[in-house]
Design a protein around this ligand. Structure first.
Ligand code: UD1
Ligand code: CA
Length: 478
């Protein structure tokens, strides 16, 4: 990249505009905090511009936007916030972000165009420097320019930017639009900003008007055309949010496939930007992998599986399941219909099957919880088997308690393990037991009433019933 030691070391200031109310989102939350590909719109933009290594980053936010402030402090601690209490236009927002002492080059972009890439911004800034213009506008041609500011040219030179609502029918035909990304010479921009008016349909100070102002002062204004218009799609409503999310999904899937991951149906596979997947992993249809998930090579995820912040080691299979903040060891098998909740750690070769819910539990190598169980706050050793319909009774209504299970343990089906309780190495529990006392190593724990058969009860108490007739027939046949 041209950045090293060159033109971009001269980028003095980056301003991100994020104070708009986002009215068209019809949301209780600021627009820039809505997410695509697992990150807020603000994070996408700030990450892209942070890589440019401008000397300072300022983000213009609206009043009472503590939510935005918090988010920003997590993305880039060095970023400064500038308050624009009353939303009075992009021109006003930029004016507030520039001080009397600033000079040099500023890059301005909007917080609602999350698909922009550092690479494109890089080329754009190189071009701006080369041309020596007072302002360069990043433009692009779009199939449907509705809603964007149009680049009006005179003798092929950019003359002004006109907003959709203020445009004449002829101007609305123009398909070259303003992406909302600009580079300016700061002192010339400062002069132009002082000449802004509010004579437009929104009664706001438009940053876009500085173009005509600079021209009228005889300053050079140039444009740089972005070739892939999808990079500049702005998000103003939730329909556009979905459009951009779909483009992100395709970008991410494409990159993963080229890196050696099989994605059977990219259209139904949603993977966050922050996810890492090893080669030869296979992602089956209807799958979402979110957050800080790491998938090892050769693992198979899906179909219809959601993983949030999970680590899945190589060769493991997770299908038709929902897992959150869990670790799944190498060659383990999870699913179908398994729910792994926060703090589940499965060692290698573990099997967790249908209708099993697990939370805050560790399961040792090769152990199995194959059917219909709840496992909470447990430590299970190696090669143990938890029978169908076992419940780890971990909660007494006040506190959670732990259950410990050793190695090579066989828990009988339908056991209730009332915590705190511990089952020693090699021990068994009888099916249907309620176990509330420790079972020593090698013992069989039985916790149920002994069975009693009352002979002839049906013939006596249910005389004339179909059951009685069936029993009688059996008796006679003897
Ligand atoms: C803006 C441009 C338009 C361009 C489009 C590209 C203007 C007048 N129009 O239109 O030419 O084609 O972006 O996506 O600039 N903001 C503030 N303070 C304000 C107003 C807005 O910080 O007072 C921020 C918003 O949060 C947003 C950005 O500026 O991130 C752009 O504002 P928005 O209202 O989305 O402008 P558009 O109508 O999209
Ligand atoms: Ca916008």
């Amino acid at each position: 990249m041209a950045r090293k030691g060159g033109v971009l070391s001269q980028l003095d200031l980056v301003i991100v505009l994020a104070a708009g109310e986002g009215v068209r989102m019809k949301s209780a939350h600021p627009k820039v905090l809505h997410k695509v590909a697992g990150a807020t719109l603000l994070e996408h933009v700030v990450t892209a511009v942070t890589k440019l290594e401008g000397k300072e980053l300022r983000v213009v936010i609206g009043s009472a936007d503590d939510e935005v402030k918090n988010e920003l402090s997590q993305i880039n601690v060095k970023a400064k916030t500038i308050l624009q209490e009353v939303r009075s236009g992009t021109g006003d927002a930029v004016r507030r972000a520039i001080t009397q002492d600033d000079s040099g080059t500023v890059l301005v972009c909007a917080g609602d165009t999350p698909l922009i890439t550092t690479q494109t911004l890089d080329s754009f800034l190189v071009e701006h420097k080369k041309s020596g213009a007072a302002a360069t506008v990043l433009t692009t041609e779009v199939p449907n320019p509705t809603g964007y500011g149009r680049i009006v040219r005179e003798k092929n030179e950019p003359a002004k930017i006109v907003e959709e609502r203020d445009a004449t029918p002829e101007e609305r035909e123009i398909i070259e639009i303003n992406t909302g990304i600009y580079a300016f010479d700061i002192s010339k921009l400062r002069g132009a900003l002082s000449g802004l008016g509010k004579e437009n349909s929104q009664g706001e100070e438009y940053l876009t008007d500085v173009i005509a102002i600079l021209k009228s002062k005889g300053e050079a204004v140039s444009t740089f055309e972005g070739l892939d218009f999808t990079e500049f799609l702005g998000i103003n409503d939730r329909s556009q949010l979905a459009d951009v999310a779909a483009i992100y999904r395709d970008r991410i899937n494409e990159a993963l496939m080229l890196s050696g991951v099989t994605i059977v149906d990219p259209a139904s596979t949603w993977i966050d930007l922050s996810v890492e997947i090893g080669s030869d992993a296979r992602i089956e249809p209807g799958t979402a992998i979110a957050g800080k998930s790491r998938i090892g090579s050769g693992a198979v995820i899906g179909p219809r599986t959601t993983l949030i912040d999970c680590r899945v080691d190589s060769g493991a299979k997770v299908f038709e399941s929902h897992c959150e903040s869990s670790e799944i060891g190498a060659n383990a098998k999870v699913g179908p219909f398994t729910h792994l909740r926060t703090g589940t750690v499965l060692a290698g070769e573990v099997k967790v099957g249908s209708f099993v819910e697990m939370k805050n539990s560790q399961v040792g190598t090769g152990s199995k919880v194959p059917h219909l169980s709840y496992v909470g706050d447990a430590k299970i050793g190696r090669e143990s088997n938890i029978g169908a319909a076992t419940v780890f009774v971990n909660y007494d209504g006040v506190e959670k308690h732990e259950t410990k299970i050793g190695d090579h343990v066989r828990i009988g089906s339908d056991s209730m393990l009332i915590a705190p309780v511990s089952i020693g190495d090699g021990a068994y529990t009888a099916a249907g037991s309620v176990i509330n006392e420790d079972v020593p190593a090698g013992a069989l724990g039985i916790g149920r009433a002994r069975q009693v058969n009352i002979l002839g009860w049906v013939l006596k108490k249910r005389k004339g019933s179909k059951s009685a007739a069936a029993a009688e027939k059996k008796e006679k046949g003897k």
